[in-house]
Design a protein around this ligand. Structure first.
Ligand SMILES: [Fe+2]
Length: 231
């Protein structure tokens, strides 16, 4: 069986991680959460590595950047994929909870994880989990817009993400402190929001007290992303 390769890419304006996954033998590939402004960079990496981009996965409808999904689809014919609860227009595939998609021999599992937004999903493949804005490294996504729910994000993390083995590598959609990845075991132990020692009652109280600024790109990003990044 061929190796699954993963490359982490970064957008320094929105602090977003994009991930490129591919099978080393066939070069078939998936990109997760591309950023509109980084489309040329992403396409040049894809070309340099000789990859066939088959799918564009989104973890959710982003509020802080416009997705590069439509842009990349135009250039590669890859299929745009969203969770089935996102309500976007123009995606090619909508993933139900528990859906399994194969990239050659690599099984990718879709996990619905409502909370940051009602349509959020995470993707698990071979010891790696791509957690979007549901679980961050020592944090969790905000829950105060896009039908967010503190109650739901707590349940999603505790009952769905933390069920994976401790050694599972966590790849989030953002980090603001320079951390690249984490593990489930580390987050259970050290995540100040949802770690093992935090009850749901405490989490809900802490979330209620948070006063977060309005995302500066919200009014342009959300409408564009509801159309897969068509601007
Ligand atoms: Fe987000």
């Amino acid at each position: 069986m061929n190796d699954l390769k993963i490359k982490q890419l970064f957008d320094y304006d929105s602090w977003t991680y994009t991930y490129l996954l591919w099978d080393e033998g066939t070069k078939n590939s998936i990109i997760i959460d591309p950023v509109f402004e980084q489309s040329d960079r992403d396409l040049s990496v894809i070309k340099k590595l000789g990859l066939n981009l088959l799918y564009i996965f989104e973890t959710h409808v982003h509020a802080d950047h416009i997705t590069g999904a439509s842009n990349l689809k135009e250039k590669t014919r890859a299929k745009i994929c969203y969770g089935s609860k996102t309500g976007v227009d123009g995606a090619d595939i909508f993933f139900e909870d528990g859906y399994k998609l194969n990239l050659d021999n690599h099984e990718i599992f879709v996990i619905h994880t409502p909370g940051h937004t009602s349509g959020c999903v995470c993707y698990y493949v071979k010891g790696y989990i791509f957690t979007g804005d549901t679980l961050f490294i020592e944090g969790t996504g905000r829950t105060d817009f896009q039908e967010g729910s503190s109650n739901d994000i707590y349940d999603s993390v505790k009952n769905k993400i933390f069920k994976y083995p401790d050694e599972t590598i966590v790849y989030p959609c953002h980090n603001y402190k320079g951390f690249l990845s984490s593990t489930i075991g580390y987050e259970k132990k050290f995540n100040p929001n949802v770690g093992n020692n935090i009850s749901k009652k405490e989490f809900l109280e802490n979330e209620r007290k948070k006063n977060r600024p309005y995302p500066k790109k919200f009014d342009t990003a959300v409408p564009a992303n509801l159309k897969c990044g068509k601007t």
